[in-house]
Design a protein around this ligand. Structure first.
Ligand SMILES: [Mg+2]
Length: 129
């Protein structure tokens, strides 16, 4: 079970994506490995509001979302906690997105579409570094 910490408790994930289908795919990828998806948000604003209550181990953050996009939300969350782990999810591997994310201290990306094991692997890598 890759989604368990060394003390046996689940790694807590918050899934942020405006696509309910993608959020479902994230859960389907993670839950069989023991991760717990503790919360979901459909846009950046919801994510920023929900974040302080959940304090997840890691956030999967879509880039393109209405109301507040993933880069904006990630920058707000990083200001609240510079150590918060965030895995950006993007259909486009755009150098501008990567460069902007880097200015917020975010260096972990997963491209969409993803295979379940890719998602698991990217999350574990992001938590390690
Ligand atoms: Mg989107």
């Amino acid at each position: 079970m890759k989604g368990l910490k060394s003390n046996g408790t689940p790694i807590r994930v918050m899934a942020v994506d405006d696509s309910p289908v993608t959020r479902k795919l994230i859960k389907k990828a993670l839950q069989p490995e023991g991760f717990t998806v503790v919360g979901e948000a459909g846009n950046g604003k919801e994510a920023v509001e929900l974040y302080p209550r959940l304090k997840p181990d890691i956030i999967t953050m879509d880039v393109t979302m209405p109301i507040m996009d993933g880069l904006q939300a990630a920058s707000v969350i990083k200001k609240l906690d510079a150590n918060q782990k965030i895995l950006m999810l993007s259909a486009m591997s755009d150098n501008d997105i990567i460069a902007e994310a880097a200015t917020y201290g975010i260096k972990h990306f997963c491209s969409k579409p993803f295979k379940p094991q890719q998602m698991v692997q990217k999350i574990l890598e992001a938590l390690e570094k």
